[in-house]
Design a protein around this ligand. Structure first.
Ligand SMILES: [Zn+2]
Length: 323
């Protein structure tokens, strides 16, 4: 995984990242409001985030976006509206919510001294995040809700590093729930395969049709998922031959000890593993949508898993003809 800026993503850069074996890219989107980005001197605009996200999607990279409430010029209300924009074109696989923090050495400090910037209080932040969390789609994972800056370096505003727990307590009070991947993972538990239900969540992300295919327990626990992306003729060109007319698999993830990708035993269990069933379902949908090829972005360690399941080595991806 690498962290980069939206304006650094290009077809050349993506080829280079594949050459290095990168499968996941994090970008600081921060805001989807050009005026806010400009006065905070972020150095990129919303359009560059849009193009970068579309390119990463067309090349099958897992997409992690950072979003930053409380930027100079923002209010809790404008932040709520800004957060809703995430789920139009951008639709990241994972997000990190990093509230802007007032530090003594930052330029923002001068704005604060002049009364032009006010950090949200812990209470305001907790309320804001409790407001937006229930709106997060089931295909997204919230990785983190605060940056790791020690509380004593923060001049004014939130110093709490246990923000996630505070937010979840507030949501419990309200009777609301976050349905993101992280809040539903069945980690460490044994799941009864026969009780699992297969679900296909289809959504439009920019030019691509996405399918978040998952196995869910009766209690809505997430036992495993696969991300299938079906590009359209409007999707950006990546310049990589492996991906010509291909449906893409960005991620296969299975929770629980004995069921994980890579450790799923072939022939040993009487049930076919979840990962294999997710791959079969993705292949079925891709075929139905007239794709003749599947391409998967795979880290070195998981390649044998796909090679065992009919994939072959391409230049940068593992590919499978599905005619
Ligand atoms: Zn969540």
């Amino acid at each position: 995984m690498i962290e980069t800026r939206p304006d650094e993503i290009s077809p050349d850069e993506l080829r280079w990242l594949r050459h290095l074996g990168v499968t996941k890219v994090q970008m600081g989107a921060q805001s989807f409001d050009d005026h806010i980005l400009e006065i905070n001197k972020r150095g990129h605009d919303v359009e560059s985030t849009r193009q970068a996200t579309a390119l990463l999607r067309a090349a099958g990279f897992k997409i992690v976006l950072h979003w930053m409430p409380n930027l100079l010029g923002a209010t809790p209300q404008s932040d709520r509206e800004d957060f809703a924009r995430l789920w139009n074109d951008f639709c990241p696989d994972e997000i990190k919510i990093y509230p802007n923090q007032l530090l003594a050495n930052a330029e923002l400090y001068e704005y604060w001294q002049r009364g032009e910037f006010q950090p949200y209080t812990t209470e305001e932040l907790v309320h804001l995040i409790a407001d937006i969390k229930p709106s997060i789609p089931r295909y997204c994972r919230v990785n983190r809700v605060i940056r790791d800056i020690p509380g004593n370096n923060v001049v004014e505003g939130n110093r709490r590093t246990s923000l996630r727990q505070d937010v979840h307590e507030e949501m419990k009070k309200r009777g609301t729930k976050c349905q993101c991947i992280r809040c539903r993972e069945v980690k460490g538990k044994t799941v009864e395969l026969s009780s699992l239900k297969l679900n296909d969540l289809a959504y439009q992300a920019g030019q691509a049709e996405e399918h978040f295919i998952s196995f869910n327990s009766a209690e809505d626990g997430l036992a495993g998922f696969i991300r299938l992306s079906l590009p359209s003729t409007d999707s950006p060109e990546t310049g990589m031959d492996d991906l010509n007319n291909a449906a893409l698999i960005r991620e296969v993830h299975v929770y629980g000890q004995s069921l994980g990708v890579g450790v799923e035993k072939t022939g040993a269990a009487q049930h076919v593993g979840l990962g294999t069933r997710l791959l079969e379902e993705a292949e079925r949908i891709a075929k139905q949508k007239n794709f003749h090829k599947l391409a998967v972005i795979a880290a070195v360690g998981t390649r044998p898993y796909y090679l065992d399941r009919g994939f072959e080595r391409g230049q940068y991806y593992l590919v499978k003809e599905i005619k």
